[in-house]
Design a protein around this ligand. Structure first.
Ligand SMILES: NC(=O)C1=CN([C@@H]2O[C@H](COP(=O)(O)OP(=O)(O)OC[C@H]3O[C@@H](n4cnc5c(N)ncnc54)[C@H](OP(=O)(O)O)[C@@H]3O)[C@@H](O)[C@H]2O)[C@@H](O)CC1
Ligand SMILES: Nc1ncnc2c1ncn2[C@@H]1O[C@H](COP(=O)(O)OP(=O)(O)O)[C@@H](O)[C@H]1O
Ligand SMILES: [K+]
Length: 486
């Protein structure tokens, strides 16, 4: 059993792949082995979470996820605990493995009840796993709501019930959970939905148990990549070794966004950072950060630079984009640059042609910007974040970073997308996206390939928020930029 953290590197498999893997694993073992192992793992984790529990409520569903619950209850009873099982569905319709585990729970002397116990120290959610097909209703919905409302710890078996294991979306009517009360133990494969969209809150701390089956050779649906390796700097290097970044943005009243990106590029290790402001009346120097070289955006020669384009850029950036596409050695497109592209078919074609040529290019939309680029609603983007990021990467031939909880980084090639596990809601404050764009710019300027530059900067950006002391002042974008690691 392994705890999954932002430092973990692993493959993720969707439900279809998990089913294939489960069938192959099951066929190679004596009947009922996988469920016995799964139930034992649940019981061990339950005992670790609530070692002094007097009552453990085990809510079991009508499929094999419920079977894991019956098995866990049997194992807990054997170890002196008092599980109370409530179950949904017709006993005669249980799949064979689940039926056998139900019998084992009965033989172990587990208490069965028709309603949940009024007091309990831990709830085990074994209602639905990867077989969830529709929104829970009736008793199942009531029990999930009770787990949610009680504030007691919940241990989710395989997948939080009602969460789509592929996409991380919650079924209609299921209340969003609070991650601090939640633990999920998932079996055989790690599923992408546990790590993006609403999955992070629903699953909380995720543990993985391969049920003794080892790793699989199938092509993963996505990956978690873990902490990036440090990029050591040679003694005999100089500022030219780390490249130039040119931030293009900062229309009237929005210079701050461009300066934040510039600061992040600077602290992220770029050799030199220019900030090309679109506001002609902007001050000639940022006295707080005199290292930044402020210029008129229209005068910058980008042919040997990494351009970070769009932060606070307003509509004015649209007319500069054709030249940026054709001249920038490497490019990060954010915010208003993305909005301009979304509104203009010619710019879309030009970006796709740049992407096709292989010039390093990263786009960093938040869900609304992604929705505009894809001509969809935000809801549709969030309903399948992996597909949205893959779609953007394929359409424009660029690396697409779809931001938000469980940021997705997709490449236009064959590599599976990355879901980033660092970061938290401390980042939900204005300007943190500008900082990310600057950090990716610094990594590109230093010569990192576009996909690596994006995923490494996304991880570092989130890691700063994860290691921000709980008792410190709120993490502002300015502070985040100054913490950007080289
Ligand atoms: N077999 C093995 O080797 C191993 C299996 N393992 C475990 O099995 C789990 C997968 O089991 P599973 O395929 O039986 O699916 P599961 O998630 O229990 O749900 C299906 C049942 O729920 C029902 N149902 C669906 N939605 C519903 C709703 N809203 N409200 C009410 N009912 C609803 C659905 O009914 P139907 O849609 O057919 O009407 C069907 O009866 C997996 O996540 C892992 O925990 C592990 O032990 C590893 C080894
Ligand atoms: N709840 C969250 N969990 C993880 N990361 C988050 C969360 N909220 C925001 N972020 C991150 O913060 C950044 C916000 O970017 P963006 O929405 O473009 O903000 P802005 O436009 O104000 O700079 C993104 O990198 C996003 O992934
Ligand atoms: K479950």
């Amino acid at each position: 059993m392994q705890r999954i953290t932002s430092a973990t590197a692993a493959d993720l498999f969707d439900i279809a792949a998990t089913r294939r893997i489960e069938q192959a694993a099951s066929a190679a073992l004596p009947a009922h082995t996988l469920m016995r192992r799964a139930g034992l793992a649940v019981a061990k984790l339950a005992m670790a979470i609530a070692p002094h529990a007097r009552t453990i409520w085990v809510a079991c569903g009508p499929g094999n996820n419920g079977g894991d619950g019956f098995e866990a209850a049997a194992q807990l009873r054997h170890r002196g605990f008092f599980p109370v099982v409530t179950s949904i569905g017709d006993e005669g319709m249980l799949p064979p493995d689940a039926k056998a585990s139900l019998q084992r729970a009965r033989d172990a002397g587990v208490t069965f009840a028709s309603t949940p116990p009024s007091d309990y120290e831990l709830a085990i959610d074994a209602l639905l796993g990867i077989g969830s097909t529709r929104p829970p209703e009736g008793a199942m919905a009531d029990w999930l709501e009770k787990m949610h409302a009680s504030g007691q710890p919940v241990l989710c078996v395989d997948v939080p019930s009602g969460l789509n294991a592929d996409t991380g979306t919650l079924a209609q009517g299921v209340s969003p959970a609070q991650a601090s009360t939640r633990t999920c133990i998932t079996f055989l494969t790690l599923k992408p939905g546990l790590f993006t969209a609403q999955g992070r809150d629903a699953a909380g701390t995720v543990w993985f148990d391969d049920l003794g089956c080892g790793a699989f050779k199938d092509q993963p649906t996505a990956r978690i990549a873990g902490a990036p390796e440090a990029q050591p700097r040679n003694h005999a290097s100089h500022k030219g070794s780390y490249g130039d970044v040119a931030v293009i943005g900062g229309a009237s009243g929005m210079a701050g966004a461009a300066l934040l990106a510039g600061s992040a590029a600077l602290h992220g290790g770029a050799g030199r950072v220019f900030v090309g402001l679109l506001d002609p009346s902007a001050a000639p120097v940022d006295t707080a950060r005199p290292e930044l070289m402020l210029r008129d955006a229209r005068t910058l020669d980008l042919s040997s630079m990494t351009a970070v384009c769009g932060c606070g850029a307003g509509e004015a950036v649209g007319e500069l984009l054709p030249a940026v596409f054709s001249s920038a050695a490497a490019l990060v497109l954010d915010a208003d640059a993305l909005n301009a592209i979304a509104a203009d078919g010619v710019l879309q074609a030009q970006l796709a042609s740049r992407g096709k040529s292989g010039s390093p290019t990263v786009i960093t939309p938040h869900p609304l910007e992604a929705a505009r680029l894809l001509d969809r609603s935000v809801g549709e983007v969030q309903a399948d974040r992996l597909a949205a990021a893959r779609g953007l990467a394929a359409r424009f031939g660029v690396v697409a970073v779809l931001k938000g909880s469980g940021t997705v980084v997709a490449s236009p090639g064959e590599a599976p997308p990355i879901i980033n596990l660092s970061g938290n809601a401390r980042l939900a404050t204005a300007g943190t996206g500008d900082v990310l764009a600057g950090m990716i710019g610094a990594a590109l300027a230093a010569g990192r390939p576009a996909f690596e530059a994006a995923r490494e900067a996304v991880w570092q950006h989130g890691h700063i928020a994860d290691t921000w002391p709980a008792d410190a002042a709120p993490l502002t974008a300015g502070t985040l930029a100054r913490r950007a690691p080289v």
